[in-house]
Design a protein around this ligand. Sequence first.
Ligand code: PSU
Ligand code: MN
Length: 307
Amino acid sequence: MKEYMKYVSISKEVKNALDNNIPIVALESTIISHGMPYPKNLDVARACENEVRNNGCVPATIAIIKGKIKIGLNDEDLEYLAKTGRAVIKVSRRDIPYVVSMGLNGATTVSATMYIASLANIKIFATGGIGGVHRGASETFDISCDLEELGRTNVCVVCAGAKAILDLAKTKEYLETKGVLLIGYNTDYLPAFYNSKSAYTVDLNVKKPEDIASIIKCKYELGLDGGILITNPVPKEYELDEKIMNKAIDEAIDEMNKLGITGKETTPYLLAKICELTGGDSLESNIKLVLNNCKLASLIAKGLKNI
Ligand code: PSU
Ligand code: MN
């Protein structure tokens, strides 16, 4: 057993999948605590797990509970994260040793979830949106460590692109610098979360999950470390009006700057504010796109096992 496994607790369902070569899809927990309001967040956390199961894979939701790194959560854990919301510690890569050694609870972001998934050799991870280069980064230097993690850790992330709270052009450049392949699933354009496309292109438009699986397999057999970002457009019927979205985003960023919010509070603040400003529509679209990503991630994970 690897030494780090003393910090890790793997659920029965996930352990069984690892032992029997059943495909696994990792899921993050910051999306539950900081990404959506209670009680919808709890329904969504459960629905994501079921979407993965219904597509022939095993879900591995990841968080830190009482200092234990958990791969596969029980319903009590999900309920705790959903109810506690933004009062849970948001754990990125840098925060893991602190939260573990002090015996605390934490919800893992994309970067921390990727790292932890890699400890169990889980290659596919589904979420809603990733962190990226923030608007105004040339002044603030605010660049999510999700991008660094994608540059170094061998996990492929399926998302709906990045929210326009970010600078999408710079986010794309950063991924290129880090050698992260940016795949669009049946799209030439980088999806922008609530909108199925942005003005920016992806590196590659891949139309079949099996082909994405082949690219992933080849990458790791070649020893090319790092992630791949697979962007899956929100289904057209759940898209939001771009003008309304952009107005909400501008307003949220304005308000944030007035309040002097910076650092790790930035993204949770913007997510909550946009949800408040756009009401139920944005939440509904958010839920639909996350489930859509769980499905695609499952098809890719199954594809990886079938090669
Ligand atoms: N963007 C979203 N929804 C989210 C997040 C980002 O549309 O839930 C969360 C993810 O957990 C992501 C984190 O990893 O925020 C990024 O935070 P930061 O920008 O502070 O790195
Ligand atoms: Mn940041």
